[in-house]
Design a protein around this ligand. Structure first.
Ligand SMILES: [Ca+2]
Ligand SMILES: [Ca+2]
Length: 477
């Protein structure tokens, strides 16, 4: 009785967990075939209901509507076997030939075949026996290839069934017919100044080189302020307005150093020829602060133009010398902002926070020995293994110390001390310097007798070790 109850419980629990479970069998003539776990007797009614509950259609034992065993409601597919029976086709593809009785992927599978068995049993694979007395096996079901029912859309996308087929509406950051592709947002090289780009889902992040900041590394800090390199090309008035919106102005290039800094900050090969803050105001070239053109600015011709409505850009094809152009031409541009202390100092270890462009960008210029966005990293000066001869390195602020083993000295333990000059072996014995210890050898005139270490053998702080007949060593420790 106990065993009987146990088996009943087990069957109920098993079917409750497994009903509807499905396994892909094969793609065939525009359809995807699945075996779907059924619950109860494997009758035609149950096979049909199981397929429909899974959102699928049901194929028949006969392959198309001219063949044996096909009724309305079945799907039509082409068969290549002589009797056009679908399960036999599958056998040939999955397991045959030669045709046998068992094919693993088709095992325990029942196919819709009405009006053949008196008990309404579905047709069991492969000799088409009635399924009416079989319980909880698999129904053969199918969905049309490419329809939403077969879940073709991936990565959280939405599938739309349309008359001409399905279409996948991708979640942001994915592409491809089935949204299977993570779009590479780094493909356009968005990180400026040699920054490293990391592709993410629907975005990217830049790891900026030292001195560059901002989401795309387009802000550069220098001694007197910050420069911001635009990502777009616009007319001079638009560029001027954009810089003002950011709390700065087009860069006033008055010193040759600043002109060089701009040139050096533009990645090689990017062909960016940016507007700078210099244009013709009635009769003379003036900077954004109203001052007249500096003698230090290097020009492409003999000097600044004297007429017309012209603005000035730095010519990338000509070593970034200044060149006039119509103010309405599109160019990239460089904004400039003076730096000032941050409203809040987020820098640690005595770094002084500096802000540019209305606090849009903050920098922590770090004191020597520290690095990191907030100067929170103590640079490990031991990482280059500066201590030689087994010296132990201790990292400190902007420095390191080597603790040398016995026998070595110097800042990096680079000096091999002459131990024999500092110690004494017994009279007439020879001293041999072995780096971090020394050996005393009995003279050849003495008998080769064993030496016995005593407290007097070595200097204080060293211990004696018998090395064989008539020799011993003194070692630190
Ligand atoms: Ca991506
Ligand atoms: Ca350090």
């Amino acid at each position: 009785m106990g065993t009987f109850l146990l088996s009943v419980v087990a069957v109920i629990a098993w079917s409750a967990l497994s009903a509807g479970e499905m396994k892909h069998v094969i793609s065939w003539d525009g359809w995807e075939f699945y075996k779907v776990r059924a619950e109860g007797a494997m009758t035609n009614a149950n096979v049909k209901a199981t397929c429909e509950a899974a959102g699928m259609r049901y194929p028949c034992y006969g392959g198309n509507q001219t063949c044996y065993g096909w009724t309305a409601g079945c799907i039509s597919v082409n068969s290549f076997t002589y009797d056009c029976r679908i399960p036999l086709d599958f056998f040939y593809v999955l397991c045959g030939p030669p045709f046998g009785r068992y094919c693993g992927p088709l095992g325990d599978m029942f196919v819709y075949l009405p009006d053949v068995f008196d008990d309404d049993g579905a047709c069991g694979y492969s000799w088409c026996f009635s399924g009416a007395k079989k319980q909880d096996k698999f129904a053969l079901c199918a969905v049309a290839l490419g329809t939403c029912a077969s879940n073709p859309c991936t990565n959280g996308s939405t599938c739309l069934d349309l008359p001409e087929g399905h279409t996948c509406v991708c979640a942001p950051g994915y592409g491809g017919n089935y949204c299977e592709t993570d779009i590479d947002e780094c493909a356009s090289n968005p990180c400026w100044g040699g920054g490293t780009c990391w592709d993410e889902v629907d975005g990217f992040s830049c790891v900026c080189p030292e001195g560059f900041a901002g989401e795309t590394c387009r802000t550069v800090m220098y001694a007197d302020g910050c420069l911001l390199f635009s990502s777009d090309a616009v007319s001079y008035p638009e560029a001027s307005q954009e810089c003002q919106n950011r709390g700065g102005h087009l860069v006033d290039v008055k010193e040759a150093e600043l002109q060089r800094l701009i040139a050096d900050s533009i990645p090689t090969g990017s062909d960016v020829s940016p507007w700078i803050g210099l244009k013709m105001s009635p009769g003379m070239m003036t900077y954004t602060d109203g001052s007249s053109v500096s003698a230090q600015l290097e020009w492409s011709t003999s000097g600044p133009p004297t007429s017309c409505d012209v603005c000035v850009y730095l010519d990338s094809t000509n070593g970034y010398v200044a060149k006039p152009d119509s103010c309405m031409e599109p160019h990239h541009y460089v904004c400039q902002s003076e730096s000032k202390p941050c409203l809040q100092n987020n820098c640690t270890n005595n770094g002084v926070c500096t802000a540019c462009f209305n606090d849009s960008y903050t920098f922590c210029p770090c004191p020597d020995g520290y690095e990191g966005d907030s100067c929170n990293i103590d640079i490990d000066e031991c990482s280059s293994s500066p201590c030689q001869n087994g010296g132990v390195c201790l990292n400190s602020v902007n420095s390191y110390n080597c603790y040398c083993p016995f026998g070595y000295a110097g800042d990096n333990c680079q000096t091999d001390l002459d131990l024999c000059a500092q110690v004494a072996c017994p009279f007439n014995w020879q001293c041999q310097d072995e780096g971090n210890h020394y050996i005393c050898l009995a003279g050849t005139s003495r008998l080769m007798e064993p030496y016995s270490c005593s407290s007097a053998s070595c200097p204080d702080g060293m211990y004696c070790k018998e090395e064989g007949p008539a020799s011993f060593s003194c070692r630190a420790g």
